[in-house]
Design a protein around this ligand. Structure first.
Ligand code: FAD
Length: 309
């Protein structure tokens, strides 16, 4: 059996694997795809100490760093079921999608998340070419330009307020008649001069010139299609944790995030979680790597307290 079995090889999982191996623990890493969401990213300028990089480059660096250590990499596999140990000193079981079962004294869940997509023409084609999902990451790329934010919940309204300080103009599109964000956020948004809020505005198409985004079409409350010229579209309609397969095994929030404490402990002793799949606030690479390190150190603390066998 493993001492530590890590699921997911994004920034959180890679960091957890390195920290676990450096403690001399028998470490397994179920690596569906190295880099995780980082593989889908174009420019990255906020991974501290790396001024500028690209997703595939950072993913390759994460993989190379993990491979420097004695980590058993189980490639192209995903976890399908977690069967928690019924006694603290017994082993947890992970059943892979292939049907194979693996056992480990501790488990670190680092399966990440994915952004909910609009599912309209142009969105996929212009992803990273004007279609963005993360204002903290991509906001500065749109300095002085015109952007839209789709989604009037807390994350959409927060994104619009954030972007209004960087870009020249923000159009916020809310599908229904009312914004769903907290009142204080709505008040702040409506006080900003370079923001237009469109209600009952259903985004139907992202347009581009073949290279980058040039506009967006929405159907208004009048039933007609309207066009807005702009350079960027931030999609803010939800982040979906990759945790469906865990719902019978441990505590998740209503949004599917694995509930963790400040030591990355889940509701099951010996099972830890890190990164975008969890309740940790702010989903960022630098946060996920820090959380992965924390989860492994917490697993180590747990292991040294286990009764000798
Ligand atoms: P992930 O990166 O999501 O990795 C999780 C991994 O687990 C994936 O490989 C997934 O396939 C795998 N997995 C899923 N289910 C299972 C399973 N059942 N079993 C095993 N493995 C599984 N952040 C920044 O800091 N700066 C940026 O510039 C930036 N730009 C971004 C641009 C885009 C387009 C996107 C989508 C995100 C961006 N982010 C950025 C956010 C950042 O990528 C994430 O916060 C970070 O990757 C989270 O790391 P993670 O390891 O928790 O999860």
């Amino acid at each position: 059996p493993f001492d530590v079995l890590i699921l997911g090889a994004g920034p959180a999982g890679a960091s957890a694997a390195i920290y676990a191996a450096r403690k001399g623990l028998r470490t397994g890493l179920i690596a569906d795809r190295f880099g995780g969401q980082v593989m889908d990213t174009a420019g990255i300028e906020n991974f501290i100490s790396v001024q500028e990089t690209e997703g595939p480059k950072l993913s390759a660096a994460l993989e190379a760093h993990v491979r420097q250590y004695d980590v058993q990499i189980i490639a192209s596999q995903r976890g399908a079921k977690l069967i928690p140990a019924s006694e603290p000193e017994w082993l947890h079981e992970i059943v892979l999608e292939s049907g194979v079962s693996l056992r480990s004294k501790t488990v670190i869940l680092a399966t990440g998340a994915r952004w909910r997509q609009l599912g309209v023409p142009g969105e996929e084609e212009y992803r990273n070419k004007g279609v963005a999902y993360c204002p903290h990451c991509d906001g500065p790329f749109y300095k002085g330009k015109r952007v839209a934010v789709t989604g009037g919940g807390n994350s959409g309204v927060e994104a619009a307020i954030d972007l209004a300080g960087i870009v020249s103009h923000v159009t916020l599109l809310q599908r229904g008649p009312h914004l769903k964000a907290d009142k204080v956020l709505q008040d702040k948004l409506l006080s900003l001069k370079n923001v237009t809020v469109l209600r009952e505005a259903l985004t139907t198409r992202v347009e581009g010139n073949g290279e980058t985004v040039s506009g967006l079409t929405y159907r208004g409350g009048d039933g007609l299609e309207h066009h807005v010229e702009l350079e960027g579209v931030f999609v803010q309609i939800g982040l979906l944790p990759n945790t469906d397969w865990l719902k019978d095994s441990l505590e998740l929030t209503a949004y599917g995030e694995v509930v963790i404490d400040d030591h990355c402990r889940t509701s099951v002793p010996g099972v830890f979680a890190a990164g975008d799949a969890t309740t940790v606030p702010y989903k960022q690479i630098v946060v996920a790597t820090g959380e992965g390190a924390k989860a492994s150190l917490a697993a180590f603390d747990y292991l040294i307290r286990m009764p000798a066998q």
